[in-house]
Every structure is written in C-alpha cells, then in structure tokens.
Design a protein around this ligand. Structure first.
Ligand SMILES: [Zn+2]
Length: 82
C-alpha cells in the first residue's frame, strides 16, 4: 500500500478556458456541380449561401460554371492541432 496522500483530481479550469479561446470557427462551403454531379468543398467565402449559383467559379472537374452551393457548415477547430 502506498503511503502517499491521495489528492483529489482538480481539473485546471483556467487551462480549459484558455484552450477554448484559441479555437477558431472554420466555415466550409459544399459545392455541387449540376453538370457532372461532383461534390466538393472549399473554404467559405463572404456572400456564400445555400443554393446560390456560383457563376463566377468553375467546376474543378468539368470546368463548367454550373456550380451550386449545396451546404454550408461550420466547425470549431484548434489551429495548433493538425
Ligand atoms: Zn462539373
């Protein structure tokens, strides 16, 4: 048996709050091409909204400007973690 006193585990709240502050919101736009039906995502751009037709961007597969925004989602990421 160990003679060491049992210390209660106290979570370091300051450390948790500090970590939360460092999280950044990453917004991703999911694009679908109506021509070749490919779906891919790219970082959100200001002005993006669901079902918007992207006439100023071309499909990376078929190079047609038939892209529509299918979905926009956000996630919290820790930029220090890779
Ligand atoms: Zn396409």
């Amino acid at each position: 048996m160990s003679e060491e006193p049992e210390l209660p585990m106290i979570p370091d709240i300051g450390d948790i709050l500090d970590r939360k502050d460092k999280m950044v919101e990453k917004i991703t736009t999911v694009i679908k091409c109506r021509s070749c039906n490919i779906k891919y995502d790219r970082p959100f751009k200001p002005g993006d909204f669901t079902f918007k037709k992207l006439t100023d961007e071309k499909c990376k597969e078929c190079s047609k400007d038939t892209l529509v925004i299918e979905e926009i989602y956000s996630e919290w990421i820790n930029p220090k973690k890779k």
